[in-house]
Design a protein around this ligand. Structure first.
Ligand SMILES: [Mg+2]
Length: 463
């Protein structure tokens, strides 16, 4: 990390890219009905051959606000040199969140923080491209001290100090050689699938996709629940009919924040006969003590509690860990402030003995999280942990994540893997892309303007 090239940041551009996934009910759950979308950050440099790409996942509407926030944050690093950005990236990260006016819109949460995630990840992409390494490998080649220097420890030193973080990284050197072998042989990150489990799918489609994903080598399957208990029982019975109880298949369920705490407990007790491994997002992501109450109440059922895809920052995760609220931490690569903050959360999870199962249900997310799970296994936790894979929209991404025989194939291309093809951007950029200007695009836009969470999940929209 000691020498940096004479390269400066010359401009930050954004693109509001939206894919019309509501058409096929992809991603449908008890609460969210989205068009899988990416608030895309492009960091240009004085080297015409070196550009960084990052993104934040959203469900579509309002994404333009994040694009505006990315530009405002980008002004803070305009003209900065590689050395001034990356020689102490933790300090750069602190600088980015510290505008005396802009921080009022957060601080460190909501859409300004999601914008930070896109920008910071674009900077990691830029740095790794310069070094000609995938991001996981760039981090793996840093010393523990260099990794710790990426992190802003403000607000978490009561749970994890920099010295403790270095100790965790030092201890994890034990067995690293063997784990690196797993990484290089594409045997480090087992995948799970939600393909069959979307709430808007018919029973026939769910059953077909279960058989298909079993054949593809998956052994972990997730189903959405939380809209209607009778429907949940029917769908989980169907899932268990295909998966069995003793064939080595694991079933998880995800309520996407549908319930209040007592409802979550009652609902999950009613589903315990289907033996879900964990319930994901039983209630509000801000309700730390609520998650603890659910976890305590479900102890006897054997059902674990997971959350994290909408936990907004390292402080919320810290409290979840400190009070024993969750069994699994589902970090999102870009809802929190990019890789710097993710590393802080991974290290805290290790200290508090909480397993990390990153959130990947969205466009571009598997591309990011394959790096995170690899970093966690190789450098921090030392244990394999499953990672969600959704088989949608990878054709728009230049270096897509790939799963074979139930394992992520370790990314080998330089960067953070979320660069979109230019032709895909031209088609799906909102609102002027060719698809959104087509009759189908205008119709979908009109029809999705009044989708309330409590309305019937999806209208039948056809081309
Ligand atoms: Mg989820």
């Amino acid at each position: 990390m000691s020498t940096f090239p004479d390269i400066t940041i010359t401009g930050i551009e954004t693109r509001d890219i939206r894919f019309p996934t509501t058409l096929e009910k992809i991603g449908s759950d008890a609460v969210n009905v989205g068009d899988y979308s990416a608030a895309y950050a492009i960091v240009k440099t004085s080297d015409p051959n070196l550009t960084g790409y990052g993104m934040t996942f959203t469900d579509g509407k309002g994404q333009n606000l994040i694009c505006e926030a990315i530009k405002i944050l980008g002004e803070r690093i305009q003209g900065r040199s590689f050395e001034s950005l990356f020689s102490n990236f933790g300090a750069t990260w602190r600088h980015l969140i510290s505008d005396k006016q802009f921080r009022w819109l957060g601080p460190e949460r909501g859409l300004t923080h999601m914008a930070l995630g896109a920008l910071v990840n674009a900077l990691f992409d830029l740095w790794a491209r310069y070094l000609k390494k995938p991001v996981w490998q760039m981090i793996a080649d840093f010393s523990p001290e260099e990794i710790v220097r990426l992190i802003d420890f403000r607000y978490i030193t009561d749970a994890l100090t920099p010295a403790e973080a270095i100790e965790i990284l030092e201890n994890a050197k034990h067995g690293k050689k063997q784990r690196l072998q797993d990484v290089l042989e594409n045997n480090a990150v087992p995948a799970y699938t939600t393909s069959a489990g979307w709430l808007g799918y018919s029973d026939e489609k769910a059953e077909r996709l279960l058989h298909q994903t079993i054949e593809e080598g998956y052994t972990y399957f997730k189903f959405k629940v939380g809209s209607n208990l009778d429907d949940d029982k029917r769908r989980l019975a169907l899932a268990r009919k295909v998966l069995g109880y003793d064939k080595g298949n694991t079933l998880m369920v995800d309520a996407n924040q549908a319930w209040s705490v007592p409802e979550a407990i009652e609902w999950m007790k009613a589903l315990k006969e289907y033996r879900p491994w964990f319930i994901e997002e039983p209630t509000s992501p801000d309700d730390i003590l609520g998650h603890k109450a659910v976890r305590d109440a479900l102890k006897d059922t054997g059902i674990k509690v997971a959350t994290g895809e909408m936990c907004q920052n390292r402080m919320v995760f810290k409290q979840m860990f400190q009070c024993g609220a969750i069994d699994y931490a589902q970090i999102d690569a870009c809802r929190v402030g990019g890789l710097n903050e993710v590393l802080a959360i991974l290290l805290m999870a290790k200290k508090f003995n909480v397993q990390v199962v990153p959130h990947s249900g969205g466009v571009g997310l598997p591309e990011y999280t394959q790096h995170l799970s690899t970093i966690n296994y190789l450098l921090i936790s030392g244990e394999k942990s499953i990672l969600e894979y959704v088989d949608h929209l990878h054709e728009h991404i230049k270096y897509p994540s790939i799963v074979k025989k139930g394992y992520y194939q370790t990314p080998k291309d330089p960067g953070y893997s979320v660069e979109f093809y230019e032709k895909s951007i031209e088609e799906f950029v909102f609102p002027n892309g060719t698809w959104w200007q087509s009759e189908a695009g205008k119709k979908l836009y009109t029809e999705t303007q009044d989708n309330d969470v409590n309305e019937p999940i999806l209208k039948d929209i056809k081309f």
